[in-house]
Design a binder for this molecule. Structure first.
Ligand code: UT7
Length: 323
């Protein structure tokens, strides 16, 4: 039986650091409010970098870690909602930038903060069915482009970055054990960003294309859907909480992460968090955290890693992986 094994990870965050103190000078907020309500202390902001540029750096690092060349890749799936172009996709730009062979398949997936797990699920199905041998799965977002920097209720939450994983179809017990993706479009207006162009003369009354969020509602739905998603992959695999070596949740809010941790009764050291340094990087948050955990030596062969995410759409997703 073929499984999709993650054989290399990489990540990239922009150099520019925007601290809570910096934000105090931009909107009426405080380091105390941001850190106690969210757990975020600083985030990275891309100055002049594109989503595909950040993704390419993460992808190159992942290929290097996997010991592969770009020519080995058959499939590129990118989770993003902040591509620098309406088309082509970030995935096609990555294909050109890295020199991935012509004729490989490359496309983007729109699932906001669940984007990486959506991309992982799709790639996993291609690999297991023999449709591809090696896949590059990327999560990248540049939310600094979507944010209304005068809106304190959203501008303190997000940051930019990219994370990537190389997957290989292999026989054996290691790899993706279960992956589940879900959505409920009825709640689209809980968290959205219009793609309108306010200067189109034929479309009067276009809103500014800024991110809009009902924070309290998103919070409640996130806690509920993440709990359900975790339960699902545990049931699929027969895993018990004590089998989980590391939970890598979407990095949106420490209180949401703690709710997921408490549901599994996991000790703090078995949950990876880095949102204090990067804030919510949307589709990039899980692959950046995974790459850091791997580099920190927190992930060992045959460890069971659980991923869980939620985001605009609304979307939610989970995965269990034997490393
Ligand atoms: O990947 C998915 C992305 N989204 C999320 O994960 C967001 C999920 N939601 C959350 O994380 C939380 O709802 C927030 C962190 C966004 C907000 O926390 P909260 O505890 O739900 O606060 P709140 O929205 O109920 O606001 C409480 C107060 C309000 O003032 P009043 O009405 O009580 O006077 C806000 O105006 O805090 C005020 N406030 C702020 N104060 C200082 C809102 N934003 C700020 C701010 N600084 N940045």
């Amino acid at each position: 039986m073929l499984r999709s094994r993650i054989i290399g990870t990489g990540s990239y965050v922009p150099e520019k650091v925007l601290t809570n103190r910096d934000l105090e000078g931009m909107v009426e907020t405080s380091d105390e409010w941001i850190s106690t309500r969210t757990g975020i202390r600083e985030r990275r902001i891309s100055a002049g970098e594109t989503a595909s540029g950040m993704a390419a750096r993460a992808a190159k690092a992942a290929l290097k870690a996997a010991g592969l060349s770009a020519k080995d890749i058959d499939l590129v799936v990118v989770g993003t909602v902040t591509a620098e172009m309406a088309f082509p996709s970030v995935a096609c730009l990555i294909q050109a930038e890295l020199g991935i062979k012509a004729g490989a398949a490359a496309f983007d997936v729109s699932a906001a903060c669940s984007g990486f797990l959506y991309a992982l699920d799709i790639a996993d199905r291609y690999l297991r069915s023999g449709g591809a041998g090696k896949a590059l799965v990327i999560g990248v977002d540049k939310f600094s482009n979507l944010i209304d920097w005068k809106d304190r209720s959203t501008c303190v939450l997000f940051g930019d970055g990219a994370g990537a994983a190389v997957l290989s179809a292999e026989k054996g017990s290691r790899g993706v054990l279960s992956c589940r993706i879900h959505s409920d479009g009825r709640h689209w207006d809980t968290l959205y960003c219009r793609a309108s162009r306010p200067d189109n003369p034929f479309e009067k009354g276009n809103e500014q294309p800024y991110l809009v969020m009902n924070g309290n509602e998103t919070f409640k739905i996130a806690v509920r859907t993440m709990g359900q998603a975790i339960k699902e992959v545990m049931e699929d695999t027969g895993l018990k909480p004590e089998d989980i070596s590391l939970l890598i949740p979407h990095q949106a809010n420490m209180r949401i992460i703690n709710a997921a941790r408490e549901r599994l009764k996991l000790p703090e050291e078995r949950v990876y968090t880095n949102l204090d340094r990067y804030g919510n990087t949307s589709a990039a948050s899980i692959p950046i955290a995974l790459d850091e955990a791997v580099r920190d030596g927190k992930v060992k062969d045959n460890d069971i890693i659980l991923f869980v995410a939620f985001g605009g759409g609304l979307t939610w997703a989970s995965a269990a992986v034997r490393w």
